[in-house]
Design a binder for this molecule. Structure first.
Ligand code: PLP
Length: 454
């Protein structure tokens, strides 16, 4: 009892310091400054993340969709330790290179689809997307097409918060922050397969990528960026044929296809990369998050042989690079992470657990008439909350998704509310059948509790 109270006072002390000194990313600052953090994490094991008092929470979101191989994987800590003891850091600018960065580049080339055989390293997803936009513009300018600069992205797409990544993001609330959007980004409605294939009679035609290309002129457009499955915008899975249609469209108009695999990559959808579900090979592929399962900060852009050929024929200096591009520790961690993903059949497990997740979601829909539109691919899932009396989503003022997520949190399951009525689930890919059932059971109880409040 004494030990618990000591830990509790430690938590309170740290919470006070957090309130005073820590401005949290993507959070409500006023609430943070008044209430402090909801939880201070201390350690974790597998699908569990523990608070300072040793209470275990199921990490049903792999934190930020990134802890793919789960918490507490000692081998990654050892890989980092071993590499850090060798050298603090080494630059990859100009003629400098390092062993883990070289080995990882070769490994990534071997697992990436098609001819994506080269990598440009970054420290995360936003940097990867900004890099991909610059590389596409650079590529076209090397081809003598200096006007090809515009980027087409999707409504409800999420690409990060640096200025270009934020401009590509199609979630309006992110644009409102600090007027950060820059020019040259256009948004189409995702998943309009027929329109992208050329059906001008489709009532949604004017929302399509094809329409935007025709309107703006293909000669002005550098690239289209798409998440194979939209994550933060609501876990929106494309209909069969959509990504293939976009690939065809990009080929038809000489536009580069950028796949943002920051969430989908490294097993999340039951394939190593999301695009593999539809056998599409992009020209540039942005990766981050699952590349190290969150144990270290790393991202990258995989580059096709065609784009590479133009770049490596350039004799000037490519004035783009981050201090931490190719950080040896991050690369060593990524190498070990990929080794574990392959050795332990993590992608296969995500695929096998997809069925359990689908069974669980079907059970929830059957039992609770307020749950509808559940969807999942691999271990990327979501459900929506409906007012059963009206058949519509709950009124936003009710904040249904936040309330359900709070009920889950009170029962030690971490999920994520997306907007007012969607709830996302993306557990570590090492989860087993029993653990998925435990998660579903908690959601079941939480929905029952939520229904009593409305
Ligand atoms: N792209 C996608 C699809 C993401 O989900 C995210 C982050 O959630 C990003 C890019 C941005 O990555 P980062 O936060 O590492 O900059």
């Amino acid at each position: 009892v004494k030990e618990v109270s000591v830990l509790k006072s430690k938590t309170d002390e740290l919470a006070e310091l957090d309130k005073k000194h820590f401005i949290h990313p993507t959070s409500a600052p006023k609430k943070g400054a008044q209430d402090g953090p909801d939880i201070i994490f201390s350690d974790g094991q597998g699908i569990f993340a523990n608070n300072l008092e040793g209470e275990a929470y199921i990490d049903g979101m792999s934190m930020l969709w990134n802890v793919n191989i789960g918490h507490g994987q000692k081998e990654l800590a050892e890989a980092a330790n071993e590499q850090m003891l060798k050298i603090a850091y080494s630059s990859a600018f100009k003629g400098f290179s390092n062993v883990p960065a070289i080995k990882l580049a070769e490994k990534l080339a071997s697992i990436a689809p098609g001819d994506l055989n080269s990598v440009f390293y970054t420290s995360g997803g936003s940097e990867s997307n900004d890099t991909a936009f610059k590389l596409s513009r650079f590529y076209w300018s090397l081809k003598g097409k200096h006007e090809k600069k515009k980027i087409i992205a999707m409504r409800d797409g999420y690409h990060g918060v640096t200025q270009a990544a934020q401009s590509a993001t199609g979630i309006p609330t992110t644009h409102e922050f600090a007027g950060a959007s820059v020019e040259g980004f256009y948004h189409a409605t995702p998943h309009l397969t027929n329109c992208e294939l050329g059906d001008k009679n489709d009532p949604n035609y004017e929302q399509s990528i094809r329409y935007l290309i025709e309107k703006e002129g293909a000669d002005t457009i550098a690239a289209v960026i798409i998440e194979p499955v939209q994550g933060a915008g609501g876990v929106n899975i494309p209909p069969e044929g959509y990504l293939q249609a976009v690939r065809k469209l990009c080929d038809e108009f000489n536009i580069l296809f950028i796949a943002d695999e920051v969430i989908c990559g490294f097993g999340r959808t039951g394939k190593m990369f999301g695009v593999e579900n539809w056998e599409v090979v992009p020209d540039l592929m942005c990766i981050a998050k699952g590349i190290t399962s969150g144990y270290s900060q790393l991202g990258g852009v995989m580059i096709s042989d065609t784009v590479r050929e133009a770049i490596v024929n350039y004799e000037g200096v490519m004035a783009h690079g981050f201090t931490y591009s190719g950080h040896p520790t991050a690369c060593a961690v990524a190498l070990k992470n990929i080794e574990i993903i392959e050795r332990d059949g993590i992608v296969e497990n995500a695929k096998a657990m997809e069925k359990e997740m689908q069974k669980g979601l079907a059970y929830l829909e059957e039992k609770h008439d307020i749950i509808r539109n559940s969807r999942s691919i691999g271990l990327l899932a979501a459900f929506e909350l409906y007012n059963s009396a009206t058949g519509e989503h709950f009124d936003p003022s009710l904040q249904a998704a936040t309330k359900v997520v709070d009920e889950c949190f009170n029962r030690k399951l971490i999920l994520r509310a997306i907007g007012d009525f969607r709830v996302a689930i993306a557990p570590p890919l090492v989860i087993n059948k029993q653990e998925i059932n435990d998660m579903i059971h908690i959601i079941d109880e939480s929905i029952t509790a939520f229904k009593k409040t409305i």
